[in-house]
Write a protein that binds this ligand. Sequence first.
Ligand code: ADE
Length: 248
Amino acid sequence: MRIDIVSLFPSMFSGPFDDSIIRRAKDNGILDIHILNPRDFSFDRHKHVDDSPFGGGSGMVLKPEPMFRAIRFLMDTTSCERRRVILTSPDGEVFSQQKAKELAVFDQLVFICGHYEGFDARIEELADEVVSIGDYVLTGGELPTMVMVDAIARMLPGVLGSEESAPTDSFYHGLLEYPQYTRPRDYHGRVVPEVLFSGDHAKIAAWRRREALRLTFERRPDLLEKAELTEDDRALLQELKTQQKSSR
Ligand code: ADE
């Protein structure tokens, strides 16, 4: 997958994309990341990329020309069959695991990082969609882009070491992930649940499902509305609700 990031702060990307799994995906040729600075497409003497807002108000607004030129340059110099242009903004649709999966099927993703107090509304025209990473305001679109690239990259075939990892992730099946344990079996009196040593795979799978449901019920009950649940799951949830009521 080719990823183009249009950002006024290219150096912000050097750490996160140069280590660990993303670095390996780049080295293996699965990810090809390019960063473009719209300042290089500002043709005025001082390379301005922002200006004061029409109608008054505080702060500066990202100008349309450098951004339009940068995207035009990308369209003219890259040719990928399935391309998606994403504009980062707190006003967008909220990013999710589902969105990461949807975006992972494209050959090229272009991220336009919004910045400063805002951007000229005409810049939205350049994007296929506007995406936010949550209901809070950051100083710019660089961190949201890093978050999204990371989540999308790990959905690409061959990026994660074990093919098992993505399907057991939290959110993949609409539930939080079950708790994991490793050695030592007893850490200062905190013991690993006995069932994990039973060697009975069906029993372990049932315990994990129950724990995933319990955690989701306790921490993110909103997820249960959309999760695919079996009859057994529903019975367990009913039990948890009854327990919750009696402990109040
Ligand atoms: N830019 C500033 N805040 C943002 C957010 N929450 N998501 C995406 N882009 C942003």
